[in-house]
Ligand binder design. Structure first.
Ligand code: UT7
Length: 326
């Protein structure tokens, strides 16, 4: 059976944390953050919110766009690196809150590549003929894993959620190719040891915060984005010039610039929301895809590349022929 994305949604918490705000919290500057990362502000989850509550809001939006009742969902997949609890999956909480009574539910921990990993998983269940309606949500309360005294991580990340509905379609599949990869030898370069519940489970013990070797991840990121993009475009039988929109993981504008330079992609074909949200981890490509549609950067028939990298060290990419209608 063929499959297509038919709905999209997003949720960003109200609280805005600007670079100027961060200047009061840690030894950094707006100038450093903007020039070294491209980030100007990010959103921070409210005390009464969590990964699951943001996922529910984004998921509801996607179901509404798809015109699909939650009761018809066969599966809910949540991609997150900041789950409410160690157990059960955040997807279990989302399934219940949405009233998706007939859906299987599980989480994907794929770091910043998680949304694409989860989307590809959804396509496989539909291609196999097992399921027809799947909600994929990527949601992060990753600020709860921040050591606010560590300027090498705390200035980079933000919270939010994005979602997509994938449904069986009798005509054609919109995903033309995908690449998923991981190199576990880099697992110690970026990690979080524990979950991130409401309002916060984080103790003051530094061992519970995100740890990252930024320069090493930076180098890996550029190569991973370039190679995964090339492979996935090649796998779809296309050339780079055929791609209408490139949606890279929103981690650092210098990483994106280096990747698109190596790929020879003009910057007007690249979607950017990093300046407003920072790195949303798994939610980054999900929110970017949703905003690209809302801003009409993505039109029926367009060819789009989604590409991400992250802890693992993982990478993931897909080419879509955007066809949410018919
Ligand atoms: O989804 C995947 C998530 N992770 C990533 O994408 C991370 C990839 N890495 C990066 O984006 C960059 O490596 C960082 C943004 C983390 C760091 O940028 P950089 O250009 O690699 O800086 P650096 O680590 O080489 O540090 C340069 C200087 C250092 O000072 P000295 O030793 O030259 O005096 C740092 O201490 O910048 C200093 N520095 C800062 N200064 C002000 C590092 N962070 C900050 C900061 N504010 N926030």
């Amino acid at each position: 059976m063929h499959a297509r994305i038919t709905g999209w949604g997003k949720y960003l918490p109200q609280r805005v944390l600007t670079n100027k705000d961060l200047e009061k919290m840690v030894d950094t500057s707006d100038e450093w953050i903007v020039t070294r990362t491209g980030i100007r502000e990010r959103r921070i989850v409210g005390d009464d919110e969590a990964t699951s509550t943001m996922a529910v809001a984004a998921g509801r939006g996607a179901l509404e766009v798809a015109g699909l009742s939650p009761g018809l969902l066969d599966m809910v997949i949540v991609a997150t690196n900041s789950p409410d609890r160690m157990m059960p999956a955040s997807a279990a909480l989302v399934q219940h809150a949405l009233g998706a009574k007939n859906a299987a539910a599980f989480d994907v921990v794929g770091a910043c590549s998680g949304f694409i990993y989860a989307l590809v998983t959804a396509y496989q269940f539909i291609a196999a003929g097992a399921y027809e309606n799947i909600l994929v949500v990527a949601s992060e309360a990753i600020s709860r894993a921040m050591n606010w005294e560590d300027r090498s991580t705390s200035v980079l990340f933000g919270d939010g959620a994005g979602a997509a509905v994938v449904q069986a379609n009798e005509h054609a599949t919109d995903m033309l190719s995908f690449v998923l990869g991981n190199d576990g030898s880099g697992a110690d370069l970026l990690y979080i040891p524990h979950p991130c519940g409401m309002p916060t489970n984080v103790s003051n013990d530094r061992r519970y915060y995100m740890i990252m070797e930024g320069r090493a991840v930076f180098k890996f990121a550029v190569t991973a984005m370039v190679e995964a993009s090339k492979q996935v475009i090649d796998g779809a039988g296309l050339n780079i010039a055929d791609i209408d929109l490139f949606i890279p993981h929103q981690a650092n504008s210098r990483i994106t610039q280096a990747a698109i330079k190596a790929l020879d992609i003009p910057s007007d074909k690249v979607f950017v929301n990093l300046d407003r949200y920072g790195n949303l981890s798994a939610a980054s490509p999900a929110v970017a895809l949703c905003e690209a549609v809302e801003q009409r950067r993505l039109k029926e028939g367009d060819l789009v590349v989604l590409v991400a990298f992250g802890a693992g060290l993982s990478w993931a990419a897909m080419v879509l022929r955007w066809q949410p209608g018919a």
